[in-house]
Design a protein around this ligand. Structure first.
Ligand code: NAD
Length: 715
C-alpha cells in the first residue's frame, strides 16, 4: 500500500489515527480514489472493538487537506446534474459516517485545511488546531463559482451559527487557527508539536463526559433561529454580496439562499438541498472559467520562465534601484517587505527623500491600523538604504532602473551603471514602452539585461512582465522570474515588442472607446458596456486614471508600431492640449475637483465631444461590448502569431492580473473559446468594414476552422 494516500495507525490500542499523506502529490487532495480509501478504512474501523476514538491528521508539513481534486472537476465537461448530485451525496454520506461512529472523532489540524478538507473536519465531533501562521481553515469554493457540496453548508451553520457560516462560505476567505478557536470551530489550540497529544486528551475527556453525543443530536436538527433573524440575514447578506460581486458571481448568492432555506430542515434534508443546488453551479461557464483561472495561476507558480530545466535562477540578495518616483518607491516597498534589502537613488534629492518615506510607509502598512505600523517601520528601515552614490546602487545583485521614460536618459544611465557593476550583476529596466533591444544596444553584456515591468500601483498589481531582448540569457530570465515571484508577483515571460503584452491588448480596447465617442456613443453607454462585461472600471475612467498625457505618449508608440490599424484619436489630442490630464490634474473626461476626488460628469466635455462626432450611430449594449472587446481579442491573436508569449495561457493570465479582465470569463482567449468560433465570427462579420483593426487575423481564422480551443484547461 506504499502509494496509498491514507494510512491507518494506532497511537494507542484504543485510538485509531488516519494519516493523510499522498506520496504522489505535494498536497493532500480529496480525489475519488482517496475517498475510496477513506471508505475502506472506515469500514475496517466499524468492525473493530474497543475503540475510544479516531484522530485524523496530515503527514504533510504546512498542509492538512487542500480540498477536492480540481483536475477531476475540470475533466467533467457538460456533466449530468444527476451525476453531480450523486457525487455530492457520496461525499456527504461518507463524511457523515464520522458523526455516527461508536467512538469520538477528532480532526487534528496543522497547516492549510480548505474546501473539501474543511468539510471533512466539520463532520468530525471535535477539532484541535495547531497554533501558528501556517494553520488556516476556509471554504474557498465560491472563488471557483461553487459552494461546499459535501455537507459544508449543512454542517457549518449548525456548529458555529448561521451568521458566521454565511460569512465564511459566502466570503470564501480562510481564517486563522486563533479565529477558528474564538468562533468555536476549534475546541483547542495548541503548539504544533502537542497536536496529537491534545487530540488524545480530548478523546479521553469526551469519552468520559460524552458531551459530543449531545452535540451529535443537536447538529442533526434544524437551526434554532427566528424567521425575523433569518429574513434580516438574507437581506443584509444579499446586499453585501451584490455590492461585492456586481451580480457577476452567482455562487455566493446561491450559497446564502441554500443556507437560509436549509435552516428549517434537519441535516439530512439540508444535505440533499445542498447537493441539488450545487449541481446547478457545477460545470457552468462561470465555474469552468474560474477553475481555469485557478489552473492558470497554479501553472504560473510552477513555471520557471524558461524551457531548459538545466537553467537555474541566481538568488538575488540585494536590489539596487535608480529612480525613486512612483514605480521605484513601489518596487522598493515590495522588495523590503519580502526581505530583499534595497539601495535606492534619484537625481533629485527631494524625490529620493519622498520615495524612501513612501516606500517605508507602504511596506509597513498594517491593515488593522490603516496606516504604517511603527514596529514594522523600525524593522524595515535598515533594509532600505538611500544613497547619492551610483556605485553603491551598482553593488547590488540586481540593478533596476525606474527613471523617466526617455530612451536617451535610460540608455546613458544603463551604460554608466554597467561600468560600475561586477560580472555577476543583472541589469533590468522597468520601461513601459521602450524596446528592450534598443536599450540593450547601449550595453557590453546584453545577456545580463532584461525588462522587469511592474504595474502601477505595485502593491496591488500582481502581474510582472519579464521581457527578454534578443540577446538576454536564459539565466537572466529565470533569475528575473524567480525574483518577481519572491516579491509575491506573477511574472510572465515575453519576447520584446511594442507595448509588450498588456499595453498591446489594452490599447485597441481604449482606442475603440474613443472611436465610439466619435460615433456619438455616450461616455455612460461605453462605461456601462465595459463594467457590464465585468471590467473593474470603464475605459474612459481608465484614461483619467492612467493619465491623458501618459495615454497620449503610449498611444504614439503604438501608432508608430501599428499605424496601419491605429491612429490617435483627435479627442485625446484635444484633451492633451488643454492639459486635462485626468485624475492628476483634477479634470479629464470627468471632473475630480469635489472634496472626495470622485469622478463627476463634466458638461464641457459633452460639448467638446460633440465637436468630434463624425457620424452618429445607434448602437445596442451588445454592439458596444463587441466593439470594445473584439479588437482586444484580435490583438491577442496577433501576439500569438508573432510568438511573443511562450504559451497562450500567459495571455489570459496577463489580462486578468494586468488589466482586471473579469476572472469569471476565464481570460480573453478562454472567453472566445467559451463563446465559440461561430458566435465570435458572427460578431466580427458586421465590423470588418470598420477597417484593418477589425480584420480577421490568420490565427483567428485557423482557430475558427479547426474547431480546436486556444488551449484546454488541463493541457
Ligand atoms: P516618476 O517620474 O514618478 O519617477 C522617475 C524618477 O526618476 C524621478 O524621481 C526622477 O527624478 C528620477 N530620475 C530621472 N533621471 C534619473 C537618473 N538618471 N538617475 C536616477 N534617477 C533619475 O516616474 P514613474 O512613474 O515612477 O516611472 C518610472 C519608469 O517606470 C518609467 O520608465 C515608466 O515608463 C515606468 N512605468 C511607469 C508606470 C506608471 O504607471 N507610472 C507603470 C509601469 C512602468
Amino acid at each position: 500500500m506504499s502509494s496509498a494516500a491514507l494510512s491507518l495507525q494506532f497511537p494507542r490500542s484504543d485510538v485509531a489515527q488516519i494519516v493523510f499523506n499522498d506520496p504522489r502529490r505535494g498536497a493532500n487532495v480529496l480525489s475519488q480514489g482517496v475517498l475510496d480509501q477513506l471508505e475502506q478504512i472506515l469500514d475496517q474501523l466499524a468492525d473493530r472493538q474497543g475503540l475510544r476514538g479516531l484522530v485524523i491528521t496530515s503527514g504533510k508539513p504546512g498542509i492538512f487537506i487542500a480540498g477536492a481534486d480540481l483536475r477531476e472537476f475540470a475533466a467533467a465537461e457538460s456533466p449530468d446534474p444527476q451525476w453531480v448530485q450523486q457525487m455530492c451525496r457520496r461525499g456527504q454520506e461518507l463524511f457523515a459516517r464520522l458523526s455516527k461512529t461508536p467512538f469520538v472523532t477528532v480532526a487534528a489540524i496543522a497547516g492549510v485545511c480548505v474546501g473539501g478538507g474543511a468539510e471533512l473536519v466539520c463532520w468530525c465531533d471535535r477539532r484541535v488546531m495547531a497554533d501558528g501562521p501556517k494553520t488556516q481553515i476556509g471554504f474557498p469554493e465560491v472563488k471557483l463559482g461553487l459552494f461546499p457540496g459535501w455537507g459544508g453548508t449543512a454542517r457549518l451553520p449548525r456548529m458555529i451559527g448561521l451568521s458566521n457560516a454565511v460569512e465564511m462560505i459566502c466570503g470564501g476567505d480562510s481564517i486563522s487557527a486563533q479565529e477558528a478557536y474564538k468562533m468555536g470551530l476549534a475546541q483547542d489550540l495548541v503548539p504544533p508539536d502537542r497536536l496529537l497529544e491534545a487530540a488524545l486528551s480530548l478523546i479521553d475527556a469526551e469519552a468520559e463526559h460524552q458531551f459530543y453525543l449531545q452535540d451529535r443530536q443537536k447538529w442533526q436538527r434544524p437551526l434554532d433561529i427566528t424567521e425575523t433573524e433569518l429574513a434580516f440575514l438574507a437581506a443584509t447578506g444579499n446586499a453585501y454580496i451584490q455590492q461585492q460581486t456586481k451580480g457577476h458571481y452567482p455562487a455566493p448568492v446561491a450559497a446564502l439562499e441554500t443556507m437560509i432555506e436549509a435552516a428549517s430542515l434537519d441535516v439530512e434534508q439540508a444535505c440533499r438541498l445542498e447537493a441539488e443546488r450545487f449541481s446547478k453551479l457545477f460545470g457552468t461557464p462561470i465555474n469552468r472559467a474560474l477553475i481555469n483561472v485557478f489552473f492558470l495561476s497554479d501553472r504560473n507558480k510552477k513555471d520557471p520562465g524558461v524551457d531548459d530545466p538545466q537553467i537555474k535562477p541566481r538568488t538575488i540578495g540585494s536590489l539596487g534601484i535608480f529612480g525613486a518616483g512612483i514605480m521605484g518607491s513601489g518596487i522598493a516597498a515590495a522588495a523590503i517587505k519580502r526581505g530583499v534589502p534595497v539601495v535606492i537613488t534619484d537625481t533629485q534629492e527631494e524625490a529620493l527623500r519622498q520615495g524612501v518615506r513612501k516606500a517605508l510607509e507602504e511596506a509597513s502598512y498594517d491593515r488593522q491600523l490603516r496606516g504604517p505600523s511603527t514596529q514594522r517601520l523600525l524593522e524595515l528601515a535598515p533594509q532600505l538604504q538611500a544613497t547619492q552614490l551610483n556605485q553603491e546602487v551598482a553593488g547590488c545583485d540586481l540593478v533596476l532602473e525606474a527613471v523617466v521614460e526617455d530612451p536617451e536618459v535610460k540608455a546613458k544611465l544603463l551604460a554608466q551603471v554597467e561600468e560600475l557593476t561586477g560580472p555577476d550583476t543583472f541589469l533590468a529596466t522597468n520601461t513601459s514602452t521602450i524596446p528592450i533591444n534598443r536599450l540593450a544596444q547601449a550595453l557590453k553584456s546584453p545577456e545580463r539585461f532584461c525588462g522587469i515591468h511592474f504595474f502601477n500601483p505595485v502593491r496591488r498589481m500582481p502581474l510582472v512582465e519579464v521581457i527578454r531582448g534578443d540577446r538576454t540569457s536564459d539565466e537572466t530570465v529565470a533569475t528575473a522570474v524567480a525574483f518577481a515571484k519572491r516579491l509575491g508577483k506573477s511574472p510572465i515571460v515575453l519576447r520584446d515588442g511594442p507595448g509588450f503584452l498588456v499595453n498591446r491588448v489594452l490599447f485597441p480596447y481604449m482606442n475603440e472607446a474613443l472611436q465610439l465617442l466619435q460615433q456619438g456613443v455616450s461616455i455612460q453607454e461605453i462605461e456601462k458596456a465595459a463594467t457590464g462585461f465585468g471590467m473593474p472600471m470603464g475605459p474612459i475612467a481608465l484614461y483619467d486614471m492612467v493619465g491623458i498625457d501618459t495615454a497620449f505618449y503610449a498611444g504614439s508608440v503604438m501608432q508608430n508600431a501599428f499605424g496601419d490599424r491605429y491612429e490617435s484619436s483627435p479627442i485625446l489630442v484635444d484633451l492633451f492640449k488643454r492639459k486635462w490630464f485626468g485624475q492628476k490634474s483634477g479634470r479629464g473626461f470627468f471632473r475630480y475637483d469635489n472634496p472626495k476626488g470622485k469622478p463627476e460628469p463634466d458638461p464641457e466635455i459633452e460639448q467638446l465631444l460633440q465637436r468630434h462626432v463624425t457620424q452618429k450611430a445607434e448602437l445596442s449594449r451588445e454592439q458596444i461590448t463587441h466593439r470594445l472587446f473584439l479588437p482586444m481579442l484580435l490583438e491577442a491573436t496577433r501576439i500569438l502569431e508573432d510568438e511573443l508569449v511562450r504559451d497562450p495561457r500567459d495571455v489570459d493570465l496577463g489580462v486578468i492580473y494586468g488589466i482586471g479582465f473579469p476572472p469569471f470569463r476565464g481570460g480573453l482567449l478562454f472567453w472566445a473559446d467559451t463563446e465559440g468560433p461561430q458566435r465570435i465570427m458572427s460578431y466580427l462579420e458586421p465590423l470588418v468594414d470598420l477597417g484593418p483593426r477589425f480584420q480577421i487575423t490568420p490565427v483567428l481564422e485557423r482557430w475558427a476552422k479547426s474547431g480546436q480551443r486556444f488551449y484546454n484547461i488541463l493541457d
